[in-house]
Ligand binder design. Sequence first.
Ligand code: ZN
Length: 344
Amino acid sequence: MAHDSTHDPEALLQDALARVATANDADALRALDREFLQKGGVVASILASIPNLPPEKRKETGQRANQLKVAIEAALLEKKSALEGASLDAERAGGDFDATLPAAREARGSLHPITQVTRELEDLFTSMGYTVLDGPEVELDWYNFEALNIPKDHPARDSQDTFYCDKDGKVVLRTHTSPVQVRAMERIKPPFRAIVPGKVFRQESTDASHEHTFHQMEGLVVGKDVSVGHLIGAMKTLLRGVFGRDIEVRLRPGYFPFVEPGFELDARCPFCKSGCSVCKQSTWIELLPCGMVHPNVLKSGGIDPEEWSGFAFGLGLSRLVMLRTKIDDVRHLLSGDLRFLEQF
Ligand SMILES: [Zn+2]
């Protein structure tokens, strides 16, 4: 129906109300909404005509257009709720409606297995006096490498492994949680104990045991006369917390530029007594690199290595979650696949 914008507003309103009253479904209401209220509709064209009117008529015409809009909106809304009520009544009156059926169950999420283990470890370590720290995932080369005793030409810095974020190679996606070591030393006066759970990134082709994004948890303790004995004690407590019982551990020498001496800590396979696929028949599982903080790293953080010592460890959180939940492919963890996630 065409409307002349000079049409009497009262007649327009009566026309609109009559048609709202006889509309018998939501589509009809939407059509009326478009015709009268939306962009290019009747009300809009009245408003658009105002600049062409004699000045003394402009104010009144504007007011009337707005009254028209408000009245039609109200009528549409009222009719819409009446139609909905009627359709509900019809459904209830039909034979299919059973008020005693249980309501459809609301789908509820659960915590990701990595979040679950992270929270457990945070509880465990805070109960031992550790602080939980955080650090940037986009990190300066200085904190990720240089301050950790890994200079530019060091063989431990395989450029293939790193996502560089700028062309000068000064900004990287952190390849481990270790950059928070020096950040922590800069901020906190020793003695202190801290853990740093978080995401880390490696530029690599993915397979069942490699993923470009995974989770680690750094641990750092700085104090007077901190020794390898303290390190082993803390690792045993960690494993007891994770697996719910005492787990035998062994230390092997390992080389990492930011610790001296450095170790690989292996745990007795929690799944078998005489060898299984998880431990590759060896009954030992490589769990985490650790060691005494290198004096150069303490110096990078402004701490005097003559006065203070410390230990650090880098727990593979993703790996630990895989061990505990017997997940055989690391790529499941960040796949976002609900069929996987709903199992936890
Ligand atoms: Zn085993």
